[in-house]
Ligand binder design. Structure first.
Ligand code: PML
Ligand code: MG
Length: 249
């Protein structure tokens, strides 16, 4: 039996009460891993570079094994860029190659760059018009209930690419779940951790990292999913948040 172990934390009270988002985490754990994983999540929320959380919620919930879906791990490439502006230009090119219109790419960049602070979830944009489609406001749409199927293999794979940090570990699993949704043409993300400047464009074609998509020291990052026109939003939001997914190598 696997359990969804998930955490979200904020400072200044709960998210719903106006607290500032600090961090979130998602795992699918075996019974005897739950305590350790939950403990690590609490430690992260209390020692985060975005601030020390004063509201932490951990949810632990059994997952019906029959409901688990397997999706493939996206192949990873890294593009070294000299600064964030160059990174964003390169990311725009990749997004357009993935079928996102120039208008939508520009409106997404503007939306991320003008965020007053990071959101805990993602924004959903139409890949053609560049209009925001969800009504989740500053909370955004959370991607939940996913993990890698084989942790050791994953660690080896990432280490072989020189990628050992927790940001990649988590983001690549999330992006693999998102890219497996047929309604999603592509994703754009950069980190909200002030000391982490990297970000990526993901699609079924792969996870393309850029070493810099924002300036060092900025606590503002986020995610945008570009949807195909005609997407059933409720079905997609249900998949993203509720469908348990194991990512396989
Ligand atoms: C995050 O901090 O949660 C997002 C990280 C995005 C980039 C991860 C990577 O280096 O590939
Ligand atoms: Mg973060």
């Amino acid at each position: 039996m696997l359990y969804s172990v998930r955490m979200r934390s904020a400072k200044g009270g709960a998210h719903e009460a106006g607290g500032r988002h600090i961090s979130g985490a998602e795992r699918l754990a075996e019974h005897d891993e739950i305590q350790q994983i939950a403990g690590e999540m609490v430690a992260r929320a209390l020692g985060h570079s975005r601030g020390c959380a004063d509201f932490i919620t951990i949810t632990i919930e059994a997952v019906n094994p029959k409901q688990i879906r397997h999706v493939p791990l996206l192949p990873v490439t890294t593009v070294d860029v000299p600064d964030a502006e160059a990174g964003r230009r390169a990311a725009m090119t990749v997004l357009m190659r993935r079928g996102v219109s120039e208008r939508a790419v520009c409106s997404a960049m503007e939306a991320l760059l003008s965020l007053p602070d990071s959101m805990r979830g993602a924004m959903l944009f139409c890949k053609d018009t560049g209009k925001r489609l969800d009504e989740a406001g500053q909370a955004g749409i959370r991607v939940s209930r996913m993990d890698i199927a084989d942790d050791q293999d994953y660690h080896q794979r990432l280490s072989g690419l020189g990628l050992t940090n927790i940001h990649v570990r988590e983001a690549l699993v999330l992006a693999s779940k998102v890219a497996a949704a047929p309604q999603v043409a592509a994703e754009l993300c950069w980190s909200d951790d002030p000391e982490y400047t990297a970000g990526y464009v993901a699609s079924p074609a792969g996870y393309c990292r850029f070493t810099q998509l924002k300036n060092y020291g900025s606590p503002v990052g986020g995610r945008i999913f570009f949807l195909r026109p005609g997407t059933d939003l409720a079905a997609l939001i249900d998949y993203l948040g509720r469908q348990p997914v194991l990512v396989t190598i």
